[in-house]
Design a protein around this ligand. Structure first.
Ligand SMILES: Nc1ncnc2c1ncn2[C@@H]1O[C@H](COP(=O)(O)OP(=O)(O)OP(=O)(O)O)[C@@H](O)[C@H]1O
Ligand SMILES: [Mg+2]
Length: 256
């Protein structure tokens, strides 16, 4: 349902040209959860920017359900690393904002927001402002603000990066629950191999810059997963070790 083919991106600035990604091809099925890992600076955020329609590729194209993405669209939601909530709006007002823009009536948008806020454990904080919430709470709000308008695809760029290890696990579990409930397609970038394996159906590993698809692996773990325990299984450990070596090679600039 999501196709990225032949995508390259070159940035030209003052006196230099940086090829961020080159010849990236992959396809994602409806309802699939794909995670993406790769060395820092290899073009992960650039790929998401292109997939979201924020930035045109230099070459190639992205299609959702056979339709080329040519700009920002409501079919694709984007959860960035920084929550970027509006500080002058309460939690509820932040979450309903996309529906307000879409012209959904007040009663309907509050009902949908309250349901999602409850699902992510933020009931009771509807009237709190972002500065009165913790980092993990703000990131939950960021996620439900994107889910509320029901995009077909949600792109996530290291959304749990700045959080502590326990909060990350809790939010990973929560994200899997939301994904299973809604059937949305997710593309999730992370630096953390544990996270990539724990969440994904498949993992796309990118090479060092210019980013290309170095390999794609299917995660051999059944669903539903116990995010707190699964790193004990053999399947998890084998995949972790294999990908760790490959990542190390990419970071050191060698081909595996
Ligand atoms: N708007 C831009 N203008 C010029 N160069 C850019 C721009 N955006 C990204 N780049 C360059 O493209 C390359 C890839 O950047 P990108 O942010 O996609 O990497 P990344 O894989 O997301 O890195 P990280 O893991 O550190 O977040 C970098 O060399 C960066 O300097
Ligand atoms: Mg990035």
């Amino acid at each position: 349902m999501l196709r990225i083919h032949g995508v390259s991106k070159r940035f030209v600035s003052r006196d230099k040209v940086v090829t961020a990604v080159e010849g990236v091809d992959f396809e994602i099925g409806a309802g699939e959860f794909v995670t993406m890992v790769g060395p820092s600076g290899c073009g992960k955020s650039t790929i998401l920017n292109i997939m979201s329609g924020l930035m045109p590729p230099t070459e190639g194209a992205v299609e959702v359900d056979g339709e080329a993405i040519r700009g920002v669209t409501r079919q694709v939601g984007y959860v960035t690393q920084q929550p970027n909530l509006m500080p002058w709006r309460t939690l509820l007002e932040n979450v309903v904002f996309p529906l307000e823009i879409a012209g959904v009536g007040k009663e309907e948008r509050n009902r949908r927001a309250e349901e999602l806020i409850g699902l992510v454990g933020l009931a009771g904080f509807e009237k709190s402002y972002p500065h009165e919430m913790s980092g993990g709470m703000r990131q939950r709000a960021n996620i439900v603000r994107t889910m509320i308008y029901e995009p077909k695809v949600i792109l996530m760029d290291e959304p749990f990066g700045p959080l502590d290890a326990q909060t990350r696990l809790v939010l990973q579990e929560l994200l899997l629950k939301l994904w299973q409930r809604t059937g949305v397609t997710i593309v999730f970038i992370t630096h953390d191999l544990h996270e990539a394996i724990g969440l994904g159906d498949r993992i796309v590993l990118l090479s060092a810059r210019p980013g290309r698809v170095a390999r794609v692996d299917k995660v051999p773990l059944a669903r539903p997963r116990d995010i707190f325990r699964m790193h004990d299984s053999d399947g998890f450990r084998q995949l972790y070790d294999t990908l760790w070596v490959e990542l190390e090679n990419q970071v050191r600039g060698q081909d595996a």
